[in-house]
Design a protein around this ligand. Structure first.
Ligand SMILES: [Mg+2]
Length: 162
């Protein structure tokens, strides 16, 4: 499966307006979001090799807004997060990890996001099944080099076909 963050991966900001990536502004809950055309095209191609799963604070709203704009098949599964779990704790962690573990169990997974911390990398190393973290920057989001890395990773793990 491929866990897909939205903000900083599909919804972009911080780019130079003179060199704006391909995409369009959309009103999401009354706020303008710039949605990357390129990210949508890469996700559509990656959906051949991966089960796409929304892994974003947008939760179910990702299905409401994104598949129609990006041309993705939808609705996709999405993770729900209990944001209260980590509030006020000094435990190292990342607010998405609990929900990912509960959903993915021991399945191999790739996760594309613009915010990974040390807890994510430790978690990925300790998982018993293959795990790939792909980090984007919010000004460009998911671009070719990320898509190529994800395609190669999936291909290397695909069952041999006779
Ligand atoms: Mg993000």
């Amino acid at each position: 499966m491929l866990l897909v963050d939205v903000d900083g991966v599909i919804s972009l900001w911080g780019f130079d307006m003179d060199r704006r990536p391909d995409g369009t502004y959309h009103s999401v809950d009354g706020l303008p979001h710039f949605l990357s055309q390129e990210a949508g095209e890469h996700l559509l191609a990656l959906s051949d090799a991966y089960d796409l799963v929304w892994c974003t604070g947008w939760e179910e709203r990702a299905n409401e807004y994104l598949p129609p704009v990006l041309g993705l098949p939808g609705p996709l599964p999405y993770l729900s997060f209990d944001r209260h779990v980590h509030t006020g704790t000094t435990m190292p962690g990342h607010w998405k990890l609990g929900a990912i573990d509960a959903y993915a169990r021991d399945r191999p997974l790739a996760w594309i996001d613009d915010v990974f911390n040390d807890a994510c990398h430790d978690w990925a190393r300790r998982r018993p099944s293959p795990t790939l973290l792909v980090e984007t920057t919010p000004a460009e989001g998911l671009v070719s080099r990320h898509a190529e890395e994800l395609s190669a990773w999936a291909a290397a793990r695909a069952p041999a076909r006779s």
